[in-house]
Design a protein around this ligand. Structure first.
Ligand code: NDP
Length: 328
């Protein structure tokens, strides 16, 4: 097979540096399916990996990219044949093994999901890990009784996970309050379907044990004081799906909302999510996510621009989803 291009990270005495390099197949990890990658995306975790934060990567040289979509080139698995369109998110690909910031990737067949009918590879990556997590969060809230017409809150709404959650929940008939630190995103968030745009909950908010009963459900991408505040504002028996930590990982909540309002804190993990809910989440996108809204929240960049965008996603400065065309 001909060589291919990949964004390779090197650890230079504790400082992580990246370069686009010409790579051959012998450097790919073991796996029964080889994929010609068309698109990947820039996620918050990729930003951390590109900057060498959080000790997520232990072995260098490394190719990041925690998700990708493309076409099967070679397969030793009965489940996939050359020409099949596939999607991958999670399983620590892009962390413990080389990932999607590359024209070619090799993985275990059971890490892959067939590209759902009605979605292109680009649309699947506009969804990507962040959008997939938003779908798991919405499904978890529904499994706890969320019904159409509910008052729901989405935090970090200007980001990727938040944007997909806003569009999805609006389409499902909920009244969505979108929380953002960027007031200039009002029109954008209303365009995605938000009924109301509200300010961010300040990181140093003094959290009251119980506040006014406000939300039937919430998708939280921020964590920290934001998550503690949401817990205090849930209606009786309502749930928050905790997805992220863009605003911090410490949780200083009290047990009072659990004891006096029977609220639920639902942890959402997209990485090791089992196959059946994983397949079902992808099937739901073609049905439940308005694809025009998905397009409106998506920017596309070539692989050559990824490294320069890493600090911006960590600073919460990117809007919506950033798709990477790895062939450019
Ligand atoms: P983005 O960077 O696209 O969005 C995060 C958003 O959070 C920002 O756009 C910003 O929104 C808000 N934000 C950023 N910094 C702060 C801060 N200091 N305080 C409050 N709000 C802040 O990231 P993603 O949407 O891709 O991911 C969101 C979170 O979810 C991350 O922590 C990520 O690691 C996590 N995640 C978890 C997954 C899981 O499996 N559980 C999977 C995927 C992501 P605004 O400006 O609108 O306020």
């Amino acid at each position: 097979m001909p060589n291919f291009r990949a964004l390779v990270l090197h650890d230079d005495s504790g400082r992580v540096a990246s370069a686009i390099e010409d790579v051959d197949d012998s450097r790919l990890p073991p796996g029964d399916v080889t994929v010609a990658v068309e698109y990947s995306t820039l996620n918050y975790k990729d930003g951390m990996i590109l900057r060498g934060l959080g000790r997520l990567v232990r072995t260098y040289p490394h190719v990041p990219g925690i998700d990708f979509a493309g076409t099967v080139e070679r397969s030793e698995s009965p489940d996939y044949k050359p020409g099949d369109k596939v999607v991958l998110t999670g399983w620590r690909v892009g962390e413990t093994q080389w990932g999607g910031f590359s024209e070619r990737a090799r993985v275990r067949a059971d890490y892959l999901v067939p590209l759902p009918e009605g979605l292109s590879a680009r649309q699947a990556m506009a969804i990507g890990t962040a959008g997939f997590t938003a779908m798991l969060a919405v499904t978890a809230l529904e499994n706890r009784g969320l019904r159409a017409g509910a008052d729901v809150l989405v935090t970090g709404a200007g980001g990727g996970l938040g944007g997909v959650a806003v569009a999805l929940m609006a389409k499902l008939g909920h009244k969505v309050s979108a929380s953002t630190g960027r007031s200039q995103l009002r029109d954008y968030l209303e365009g995605l379907g938000a009924a109301v745009v509200v300010d961010r909950i300040p990181a140093d908010a003094a959290v009251r044990p119980l506040d006014r009963e406000t939300w039937d459900g919430a998708v939280d991408a921020v964590g920290g004081a934001t998550l503690a505040t949401i817990l205090s504002q849930l209606k009786y028996g309502a749930s928050v799906a905790a997805c992220g930590l863009a605003g911090g990982s410490d949780l200083t909540a009290t047990v009072i909302p659990f004891l006096l309002r029977g609220v639920n804190l639902l942890g959402i993990d997209s990485v090791m999510c089992p196959q059946e809910p994983r397949f079902e989440a992808w099937r739901r996108f073609a049905r439940d996510l308005p694809l025009d809204k998905l397009e409106a929240m998506t920017d596309e960049v070539p692989l050559s621009r990824v490294a320069e965008l890493a600090p911006r996603i960590l600073a919460g400065a990117l809007r919506g989803r950033t798709v990477i065309d790895v062939r450019r």
